[in-house]
Ligand binder design. Sequence first.
Ligand SMILES: O=C[C@H](O)[C@H](O)[C@H](O)COP(=O)(O)O
Length: 230
Amino acid sequence: MDKKKLAGEQAATYIEEGMILGLGTGSTVYWTIQKLGELVKQGLKIKGIPTSKATEHLARELGIPILDISEVQEIDLTIDGADEVNPDFALIKGGGGALFREKMVASLSRRLLIVVDDSKVVSTLGKFPLPVEVVPFGWEITSRNIARLGCSPKLRLHTAGPFITDNGNYILDCYFTEIQHPELLNEQLTKIIGVVETGLFVNMAEMIIVGGNDGVSVKSTPMQSEAANE
Ligand SMILES: O=C[C@H](O)[C@H](O)[C@H](O)COP(=O)(O)O
């Protein structure tokens, strides 16, 4: 069976009546949203906050009620995908260019549940180029400043020129190879003028659902497991 589908569908079992839900972006959480669409048709009452225009479109097609982020103070649960996950649950996200809205939604969420297939689980982040959203004005300068942190940034391209995010910005895919200190790197990057947000999500994910050949495995943050053992 499709590993992404396994993980995505399993995540839907964490959805409860009355929740305000952050709806992630990508081909793994797609399966969660499909399941959610079925649950809503069966009468489940929830409200969704999409993390991209693509997800908003999908949710509307499936009849999932949508709220604007400005209408909520807090989100009960967000389910989203990732491009890489390390043992501390630090993530690289933004392969689909949705990282800014994803981070905004995650920051309002009481719980962030990540769905991936087992190819995304790594010991050290960085093989996947880190997506960084930047303002188009002077992006070449922003790119030079990012490169000083030890990577080679490449402007993400689309068929007819630069890829444009839902927020009207560009994405620089930054080839670091190994990111040993994700929190520090995130801080360094966000201090650079022109950087809107990075695809590094540190200390945000609470649970990871991994789809593999033998089914799904559910991992809780090391902090949470320690608390459970006390
Ligand atoms: O911008 C895109 C998001 O961060 C996605 O959640 C991430 O790229 C994973 O996508 P997928 O599940 O399609 O591999």
